[in-house]
Design a protein around this ligand. Sequence first.
Ligand code: SAH
Ligand code: SF4
Ligand code: F3S
Length: 491
Amino acid sequence: MAKKLFIETVGCQMNVLDSELVVGALRRQGYQLAMDAAEADVILFNTCSVREHAEEKIYSSLGRLRKHMEEHPEKVLGVLGCMAQKDQEIILKRAPYVDVVCGTGQLGRIAELIENARTTGRPQLALSLGRTDASRLEVERSFESYDPAREPSMRPTAFQAFVRIMFGCDKFCTYCVVPSTRGPEQSRPPEHILAEVQGLARQGAKEITLLGQTVNSYKFKNNDGRTTTLAGLLLLIHDTDGIERIKFVTNYPKDMTDELLQAVRDLPKICKYLHVPVQSGCDEVLKRMKRNYTVNYYREMLQRCREIVPGAAISSDFIVGFCGESEQAFQKSCDLISESKFKNSFIFKYSARPGTKADDLYPDDIDEETKKRRNNDLLALQNANSLLDHRAKIGQTVDVLVEGPSKAALKGKAVGPLQLTGRTMTDHIAVFDGNERLIGNSVRMVVEEATAFTLFCRVATEVTTGAREIAVPASQDTPWEEPRRTPLPLL
Ligand code: SAH
Ligand code: SF4
Ligand code: F3S
């Protein structure tokens, strides 16, 4: 009988992609996906360390499995990804029944590690990230020979796929664990990326999202001495048959070149959407965060984005309650968010991360209540702006890639005809009534109403009738810490 696999994923899109690749690799070994950990022979958690909350979620999931694992010693329990990379000892101490701890650089070996755990009965650790030149080469090879067997059911939808263009991060913002969980920044060869995009297009992908922690820092030195930048890469993959939309996340403010912005403007399949986190509106805080820019630099960069790419939607991230953030400093974030007209912002309460520079250097001196209040205040300002941004679209025609039933429809809360959802070319969430057959298609619509989170649209080519139902607003929280169970709902 086929062995069963259960995987739960927390974290960013990078992790969602890693889980897809891990499941793809294990499918090749004959595994089938299970919906429930209790039914599975192999139980995997793909983990995130970016905030304490994300880690605690995994420890409580592991805790809930203790009894089950003790009763079923033949089963294999694995912790993968960012926490595995950083905290192997703590994991084995808190959950000694874990069989496999596999970091982000070694996921290509997952099938072998599971097999070894099964045959030897001993915990298997695989953590090399490639910080020395020799092991770096080894890691590069393992990445590149990482046979990208894909598992479409793990994707957001059957026609949306992620493609990694870079590994790691070298920016070392003082609050952030990512450089230690993902290792040094490495760009993948453009021809490998192109081949992957072409392969995905053949499998039916219409929308590709290129992933990198600082995706606009992408740079690959080719054998002939030419350097390929993100702009060059976009040009290279743009005309791939079948691909209708290309996005890229996340951008680093210092690396937003005019060349890249011109490519976004000129290439029709590139979404006019830029996610460029600022983190704070106060120069002193930015300095302590080691973001390497000032608020004015960021303002000028925003202006440049909007001048070169007219109509571009820009979104951002903020951290509130970073070490030593005074009321005045926080007020500057409020001022920046008010003036910047972001499409949306993700706002996070600072979470001190052991091993980071900020944790070593500065006391985590803003109390939880204050962090919470600042989070809410900033969110309220952003929501007011999002509402204006959305309302300005009423009456406009937009192209929506239809993703599936809306949240309200999935929760059974929508009344009347089927309520669907999708995104515009500027990444705005659209909700509308329509036929299931529209799913996976790009459909022209007219915006009729708007809230801070949603554009309510009407399919331009079809006459729809029926009362408008009450939609559940999309959450402003990032989906990152929401565990994703496998398989994701397939449309
Ligand atoms: N590489 C991306 C995203 C990194 S993590 C970038 O540089 O923009 C995603 C977001 O989590 C960050 O933008 C930041 O806003 C937030 N974040 C990172 N570390 C954090 C911490 N220690 N506490 C709270 N939020 C954090
Ligand atoms: Fe973390 Fe900064 Fe790198 Fe983003 S750029 S992953 S916030 S260190
Ligand atoms: Fe992503 Fe979390 Fe790792 S945000 S890179 S999964 S620490």
